[in-house]
Write a protein that binds this ligand. Structure first.
Ligand SMILES: Nc1ncnc2c1ncn2[C@@H]1O[C@H](COP(=O)(O)OP(=O)(O)OP(=O)(O)O)[C@@H](O)[C@H]1O
Length: 259
């Protein structure tokens, strides 16, 4: 891909170890603004470890990670979320008893200035803030076509809709970088195609950068601008989906895994 701007994310020479296990071995990649970047690799290759380094859950022993020039290393997950890195979870990060709208409003929590007590004293300001946040949430509901489920408790949503609501919760944070952890895991073909459509729509409407970790290779090949392939914590190929797909080391990693 031709360089049109400075990278949004720079993940450079990152090494992460757990005792004798090297989960990431000197891994480097960067993500451009608005880019859809995918990370693939067999089980245990280190994909989730990259997400956990990015959002401050793990601290690598070596390397640097910067978002728009600001180092993310050593910052707690909430601070990294505040800098604009949002994540969706494989096992849904929704509160089952809250409605879809309430879950999306919680996604905006870190953007809210008025707490409960100040809200009591500054009723006018709190009200105005609430109206702004509700309007932003309603835009996401519309974008993801979630209107029919607005007042439904998240625990009662059909699986495909719950995954979409999870995407909505992450978008409600107004991220600059969205980490998508296996967004189509457990979905049937129709739900997978729907998700691909929504992700393209999100990208078209919001233009935010996304990193996709996904085992569904056809989704990766359809959606990604560039792909990073990992094997045993080592970056074995980076490039356009078609290039990575044909890379002998990538083929070997997958065939070896299947054997
Ligand atoms: N908290 C941890 N403690 C010890 N080892 C860990 C920890 N987290 C990850 N690992 C190890 O690091 C390596 C990479 O794991 P990781 O979960 O990042 O792989 P993955 O590519 O996401 O795998 P999967 O596709 O199965 O989710 C594995 O060997 C794993 O056992």
């Amino acid at each position: 891909m031709e360089r049109v701007s400075e990278p949004l994310l720079e993940f450079t020479d990152v090494t992460l170890r757990f005792g004798g296990v090297t989960a990431l071995d000197d891994v480097s990649f960067d993500v451009e603004p608005g880019e859809l970047f995918a990370i693939i690799g067999p089980n245990g290759a280190g994909k989730t470890s990259i997400f956990n380094c990015l959002n401050g859950v793990y601290r690598p022993q070596r390397g640097t990670i910067t978002l728009d020039g600001t180092s993310l290393l050593g910052r707690p997950p909430a601070a990294i979320a505040g800098l604009g890195v949002a994540r969706t979870f494989q096992n849904l990060g929704l509160f089952a008893h809250l409605t879809l709208i309430e879950n999306l409003m919680l996604g905006r929590h870190h953007l809210m200035h008025t707490g409960f007590f100040s809200g009591m004293f500054w009723w006018g300001r709190a009200k105005r803030e609430e109206i702004t946040h509700r309007a932003a949430v309603e835009e996401i509901v519309e974008l993801l076509e979630l209107e029919p489920y607005r007042r439904m408790p998240a625990g009662m949503l059909p699986y495909g809709v719950a995954k979409r609501a999870e995407l909505g919760r992450a978008l409600a944070m107004e991220p600059r970088l969205l980490l998508l952890d296996e967004p189509v895991a457990g979905m049937n073909l129709e739900e997978t195609e729907d998700t691909a459509r929504y992700l393209l729509e999100v990208r078209r409407e919001l233009g935010l950068a996304m990193i996709l970790v996904e085992h569904d290779m056809s989704l990766v090949m359809d959606l990604a601008d560039r792909v990073l392939a990992l094997d045993f914590g080592v970056a074995i190929a980076t490039g356009k989906p078609s290039e990575v797909q044909d890379d002998p080391q990538v083929i070997e990693a997958y065939l070896g895994g299947a054997a």
